[in-house]
Design a binder for this molecule. Structure first.
Ligand SMILES: [Zn+2]
Length: 202
């Protein structure tokens, strides 16, 4: 694979991001939509190459940044595809009904949707910002408003703690995570790692 080629492999994403994406894809397919993963991990070399298009290299501009969450293994470009005139066609339209359904499902799993950005909206783009490429858990210092909200809702669902799902990870969220973890006799470190996330969403 050339280092400017596009990567579609889910396995190249951060392990936490993989769990969330796989859950979302299951729900997307269950609602009758055929999702197309356009891109997952992107090397910095490819990001720089994309940035050069329409600038130092001839072509149309395709990106506005050299700093992308794709390089941090926490972003996915995802669109619906369906048969149009007998041909499977990717739908690149933020107003499309299936696109909107994908956006709603992805947000439910803690992804920030590029479609909702007020400046330069990026409809196929979904990301988990503020979490490193190699991070093994979400926690008070390693999260963002969308992930925190998803975790608060999952905790409310599983252990009926009545957390306010405000997306702010305070002491009540940490306490609830520890109550949840204690059920499995896991160390009460206030973190949601791979196993905790699987149990929370299972
Ligand atoms: Zn993207």
């Amino acid at each position: 694979m050339n280092n400017t080629d596009q990567c579609r492999a889910i396995e190249e994403l951060n392990p936490l991001c993989q769990i969330l994406l796989n859950k979302a894809l299951r729900d997307i397919k269950a609602s009758g939509i055929n999702p197309l993963i356009v891109e997952t991990y992107r090397s910095q070399v490819r990001q720089n190459y994309l940035y050069s298009l329409g600038r130092t290299v001839k072509g149309t501009k395709v990106t506005w940044t050299q700093v992308s969450i794709h390089t941090k293994r926490n972003a996915i470009d995802l669109v619906p595809q369906r048969k149009i005139d007998g041909k499977m066609t990717a739908i690149w339209n933020a107003q499309d009904k299936e696109t909107k359904k994908i956006i709603a499902i992805m947000i439910g799993y803690g992804f920030e949707a590029g479609a909702n950005w007020s400046t330069s909206p990026d409809s196929p783009h979904f990301q988990i910002k503020g979490v490193s490429a190699t991070s093994k858990s979400f926690g008070s210092t390693n999260t963002n408003v969308y992930i925190t909200k998803m975790i608060q809702n999952a905790l409310n669902d599983k252990i009926k703690v009545g957390l306010i799902d405000d997306g702010k990870w305070g002491s009540n969220t940490t306490k609830a995570v520890n109550i949840f973890r204690s059920q499995f006799k896991w160390k009460e470190d206030g973190k949601v790692g791979v196993e905790t996330l699987k149990k929370l969403l299972g």
